[in-house]
Design a protein around this ligand. Structure first.
Ligand SMILES: [Zn+2]
Length: 461
């Protein structure tokens, strides 16, 4: 249809009529034709057949689906510098020489829909300055410089009226995080399980730390996931470092962020199952990391042994019940107490069966004096012994948003900021708060013995 407009514009076979030309361009644009869209934008820019209108020009330019032609099939690109018909397939032309890794990565590559989110097999010699920055329950985390740099698309404005050219590019080099899993060399299944969970969440638009690819340590042969590097480290470290300066409002923003992302993970039918402040990473925003133990809603048997950091583990899980979303919410409640005190929960307790029994009987971490009442109530609800009574992640998120916009409640938090914040010296090392094996069988046994003891005591009276 834009061709008819073209004829009116140049007077081919008809009298020149700029108004009619514009009308046909607009019709074609409204039907989604990319040339029509571009011509309509130009008419608005120069005032051809219609009054000049820069707002409309930009509006149509935004809709311009013209991202140039694909160099392989010569069709229109579907995204800047990206052809959906050719590029996902081209991205899979490589090999790690390990079939499991290849299959798993390639199935993610085939689902990529823009240049920037294509994961890649990264040769280990393209990573320099590899330094260990943390040790978790299952492996180490390193920082490194990726010499090839993160992918990006540069937008070059070559003509105000015609739009942009897009060019594939990379950062000159990038700081990235590498994460290994103990035994990843022998056990590809576990290693890839975390990778698969991450990719599934990412492809479902959950705002996770970006994944750039997988590499293999040339010396140890271990496989490592290459991630976005979170500048401020774990939430726990961030709290320690900034506690006295952190306002309640910024703490609420962090909690809002975390609860909203936890809701998205739950929305993808995943349960995190190891939710603590060492697994939340701080950058410009908060990210939920470490899906190594995550489970799908339905893959879930009760187990004799679980992994976790005891003070964050919900009582029903300590007793051997299966993980459910409500167990993640319990962890969120514990994190809320940590945000109040700046201290890790149940510091000074041995993380043994005795402590587990106490948690099952209702022991919970504390809050500092001056913490607003509504906050303590919400955190306690999250840590309710009855999983059914715990709110959902989206409920927590909405409640916090409500606080941030409710003047009366906000006043309580501003008041709480006046309380002098001091950090007690922690009794435990950080290592205590990494995930470890917890025997639910022993805990259940101890609970039984404990109630037998109570019965015995009662009969004595
Ligand atoms: Zn193509």
């Amino acid at each position: 249809m834009y061709q008819v407009g073209y004829c009116y514009y140049l007077g081919i076979g008809v009298e020149i009529d700029k108004h009619k030309a514009f009308a046909y361009y607009l019709k074609s644009a409204e039907a989604g034709n990319s040339t029509g869209i571009r011509k309509t934008a130009i008419c608005y820019y120069y005032g051809i057949g219609v009054e000049k209108n820069l707002d409309k020009f930009y509006e149509w330019l935004e809709k311009n689906s013209e991202y140039g032609k694909c160099a392989h099939c010569n069709e229109d690109n579907s995204r800047p510098a990206w052809c959906q018909s050719c590029d996902p397939d081209i991205a899979t032309r490589w090999t790690s020489r390990n079939k499991h890794i290849d299959d798993c990565m390639k199935s993610s590559q085939l689902r990529a829909w823009k240049y920037e989110n294509v994961i890649e097999w990264i040769p280990f010699d393209r990573l320099s300055d590899v330094k260990e920055i943390g040790k978790g329950g299952f492996g180490s985390v390193y920082s490194a410089t990726w010499l090839d740099g993160i992918r990006k698309v540069d937008k070059i404005n070559y003509d105000n009226a015609y739009g942009y050219i897009y060019k594939r590019a990379r950062e000159p080099y990038s700081t990235v995080a590498l994460k290994t899993l103990t035994g990843s060399m022998e056990n590809n299944n576990d290693f890839l399980k975390e990778f698969k969970s991450l990719m599934k969440c990412t492809l479902n638009y959950v705002d996770m730390l970006a994944i750039y690819g997988i590499t293999q340590n040339a010396q140890t042969n271990e496989y490592l996931i290459v991630f976005q590097y979170a500048n401020d480290g774990s939430l726990y470290k961030y709290l320690r470092k900034n506690f006295s300066a952190l306002t309640w409002e910024s703490k609420l923003q962090i909690l809002k962020d975390i609860s909203s992302k936890l809701d998205s993970i739950h929305g993808c039918a995943y349960i995190h199952a190891d939710f603590h402040s060492g697994n939340i990473l701080q950058d410009q925003q908060s990210y939920i990391a470490d899906l190594g133990l995550s489970k799908k809603n339905d893959e879930n048997d009760s187990e004799d042994n679980i992994y976790g950091v005891m003070p964050y583990v919900a009582p029903e899980v300590l007793l051997g019940q299966k993980f459910a979303k409500a167990a993640d919410i319990y962890g969120l409640g514990v994190i809320m107490s940590e945000m109040s005190t700046g201290q890790r929960p149940l510091d000074g307790h041995e993380f043994d069966t005795k402590l587990a029994v106490k948690i099952c009987k209702g022991l919970r971490p504390e809050f500092v004096p001056g913490t607003p009442k509504c906050y303590i109530e919400l955190a306690k609800k999250c840590m309710d012994s009855n999983p059914q009574k715990r709110p959902s992640a989206i409920n927590v998120c909405n409640t916090i948003i409500n606080w941030l916009y409710n003047y009366e409640i906000k006043k309580q938090f501003l008041e709480a900021d006046k309380v002098i914040k001091s950090l007690p010296i922690s009794k435990h090392s950080d290592e205590m708060y990494t995930s470890k094996i917890i025997s639910t069988k022993l805990i259940a046994k101890a609970i039984k013995a404990d109630s037998a003891q109570i019965n015995l005591d009662i009969t004595k009276i």
